[in-house]
Design a protein around this ligand. Structure first.
Ligand code: 6PG
Length: 470
């Protein structure tokens, strides 16, 4: 090896850690990875591109000693206690000025705590969201760094080198103070949950409503991906329908259990939206539907108890496919709108200074929610960098209005036919409430005052009022 010291270190050589490190090596950085599991250090070295400088070690201290100062290292370990455990073992080995990055899906409040704790010891701690799965990690993820600007400057060249590129712009940018990186990644995942839920509802509507088989579903999603719905999630959905099961003669998707898993980031987004507060009902619904999917036994019993409505979809198959397409486009925009509105509020409330124009640019490539819509939103933020909700942008409004009628038609027909489309309905209801100057919540205020003397404000004069209702 030419240089005895390495540019960057990785703690945890699971799929993401290994591939990110190899990506760095592919861009000319010398890298070293630590994992207690010898098979993982071996896998790292054997997967390295010929001519790159990659080393795997089984001792943390060895890795730390072999890093160029100030040290730059990242951990990619499961969120929660493992991150604190790594910090505890690292601390005696580090020196002032070193940069430690948590690249996992940590909760931003944990990141805040760790930033403060390590700052007192002179160590820069950064929470960075990384999206793109295994392939993205190796060939170009979307990277969402937050925290200390001084520390960011030290790792910026590396992050820019390995990130996905859109029109030569790297999908990485400084996204705000303290826990902002993990906050943005959390909301990214909330939007991811919402869009996945919506796509699954479209799958159901196309199967039940138009009787499409897997080959036809593949064709429909493939053609959607060639149009305004172009996105990573629509693209992989098209692929999924063609995959054969290697254990039966069926398509794999048909033998997969409908109990959906989750690791918690979608739930965190919902929980945090309520803390702020800001309304993200499509994300809430997506979390709830994954939860409901787990109640398989009760659903099986209920299926015996409640007959399906006799109504069928009345549109022709071609018309239905077009309407469902438009409804997905509508609700996808609404999902981004809610997530971005949450970031807008959080940025202010939690003093994170999240630059939304940069967030949408970073999401254009590499991440799970990348889609052609991000270009539209990038333009919207160019018009107004402080847009509180993208639905208020004229360009976005034009797109939403162009698919509004078909969305209403889809929701109405799905309701008549008994097809569960909670995400879609939620998107439409949010839209209808959001575009209403006067909501019926005056009645809620009256009720609160009636039973609890909670007081209310009037529309015709300032002040706070209470009435003896009885
Ligand atoms: C990504 C993904 C990734 C992962 C999440 C969500 O951006 O690459 O969001 O972080 O898919 O862990 O997974 P769950 O669906 O298991 O919560």
């Amino acid at each position: 090896m030419a240089n005895s010291l390495y540019d960057f270190g990785m703690i945890g050589l699971g799929v993401m850690g290994r591939n990110l490190l190899l990506n760095m090596a592919d861009h000319g950085f010398s890298v070293i990875g630590f994992d207690k599991d010898a098979s993982k250090t071996a896998a790292l070295e054997s997967a390295a591109t010929a001519g790159t400088n990659v080393k795997g070690v089984a001792e943390l201290a060895t890795m730390v000693q072999m890093l160029e100062r100030p040290r730059k290292l990242m951990m990619l370990v499961p969120a929660g206690q493992p991150v604190d455990d790594v910090i505890a073992s690292l601390l005696p080995l580090l020196e002032q000025g070193d940069v430690v990055i948590d690249g996992g899906n940590s909760h931003y409040t944990d990141t805040l705590r760790r930033v403060k704790y390590l700052r007192e010891k002179g160590i820069h701690f950064m929470g960075i969201g990384v999206s793109g799965g295994e392939k993205g990690a190796r060939t170009g993820p979307s990277i969402m760094p937050g925290g200390d600007l001084e520390a960011y400057a030290k790792v910026r060249p590396m992050l820019e080198a390995i990130a996905a590129k859109v029109k030569d712009t790297p999908c990485v940018a400084y996204l705000g103070k303290e826990g902002a990186g993990h906050y943005v990644k959390m909301v990214h995942n909330g939007i991811e949950y919402a869009i996945m839920q919506l796509i699954s509802e479209c799958y159901e509507m196309l199967q039940q409503g138009a009787g499409l088989n897997n080959d036809q579903l593949h064709e429909v999603f493939k053609s959607w991906n060639d149009g305004v719905l172009q996105s990573f999630l629509v693209e992989i959905t098209a692929d999924i329908f063609l995959k054969n099961d290697d254990k039966t003669s069926q398509r794999l998707v048909d033998v997969i259990s409908d109990k959906a898993g989750s690791k918690g980031t979608g739930k965190w987004t919902s929980q945090d939206s309520m803390e702020l507060p800001v309304a993200v009902p499509v994300i809430d619904t997506a979390v709830a539907m994954r939860t409901l999917s787990g109640f398989k036994e009760q659903r099986t019993q209920a299926a015996q108890l409640y007959a399906e409505p006799e109504n069928k979809i009345h549109a022709t198959a071609d018309m239905w496919i077009k309407q469902v397409h438009d409804a997905l486009y509508f609700a996808t925009i609404l999902s981004y709108a809610q997530g971005l509105a949450m970031l807008h509020e959080a940025s202010r409330e939690l003093q994170m200074e999240i630059p939304l124009p940069e967030v949408v640019k970073v999401w254009r490539g590499g991440c799970i929610i990348r889609s052609s819509l991000l270009e539209v939103f990038t333009q919207a933020y160019q018009q107004n960098t402080n847009l509180p909700n993208i639905l208020l942008d004229k360009g976005v409004a034009y797109l939403v209005k162009s698919v509004e009628a078909n969305t209403r038609s889809v929701v109405a027909q799905a309701a008549q036919a008994g097809i569960p489309v909670a995400g879609l309905m939620s998107a439409l209801s949010y839209f209808d409430a959001f575009r209403t100057e006067r909501m019926p919540t005056n009645l809620i205020q009256a009720q609160r005052d009636y039973f609890g003397a909670h007081t209310y404000q009037r529309i015709d004069m300032p002040g706070t009022f209470h009435t003896e209702w009885q």
